[in-house]
Ligand binder design. Structure first.
Ligand code: ADP
Ligand code: MG
Length: 159
């Protein structure tokens, strides 16, 4: 588990951009945290890091949005989904197979349909208004193998 703290929205974007340098086609990040904790802000930085030019906006009402960057980015919000069938309808698995990178907000309901390997990113409010404590947990061998690289990349935000 890697725990870091960011001090502003821009700081979280920069962290997301740094993290994006480690991803490969088919990777998934599960973002969890309360409303306003910074999941979409993180996604914006992550997209910036992947070279996505279009603005990344919250997928809350559309459920899935795709963007083109160095890799295809699929951003989805599973908050309103409560059944497995609805999750499958998103088509995320197919997009990942085609080499996209997936960012899934409120990932819990989606987890059973995803690859066995993923990076869990949990965002929580910190002590100050603009502080966010971000806990990352690599799941599966592909992400575990990248833990040292992840730690090195994120050392400047180490909590
Ligand atoms: P979520 O998608 O989790 O609901 P958003 O990213 O939409 O959250 O909103 C987070 C809000 O908190 C934004 O207005 C952002 O500017 C603000 N904010 C303040 N500090 C931070 C921080 N350290 N990290 C992320 N967002 C922050
Ligand atoms: Mg959001």
């Amino acid at each position: 588990m890697i725990v870091v703290t960011t001090k502003s929205g821009e700081d979280t974007k920069e962290l997301g951009a740094q993290l994006s340098t480690l991803v490969r086609p088919g990777d998934v990040l599960l973002l969890s945290g309360d409303l306003g904790s910074g999941k979409t802000t993180f996604a914006q930085g992550f997209g910036r890091g992947l070279g996505v030019a279009d603005p990344i906006i919250s997928p809350t009402f559309t459920l899935v949005r795709t963007y083109r960057g160095r890799l295809c980015l699929v951003h989805c919000d599973a908050y309103r989904l409560d059944r497995q069938a609805e999750v499958e309808d998103l088509g995320l698995a197919e997009l990942l197979e085609d080499g996209a990178v997936g960012l899934v907000e409120w990932g819990e309901v989606v987890a059973p349909t995803l690859p066995a390997d993923y990076l869990e990113v949990r965002m929580e409010m910190g002590a100050g208004d603009d502080d966010r404590v971000i806990t990352m947990r690599p799941v599966g061998s592909s992400w575990s193998a990248r833990t040292p690289a992840l730690e090195a990349l994120l050392s400047r935000w180490a909590a």
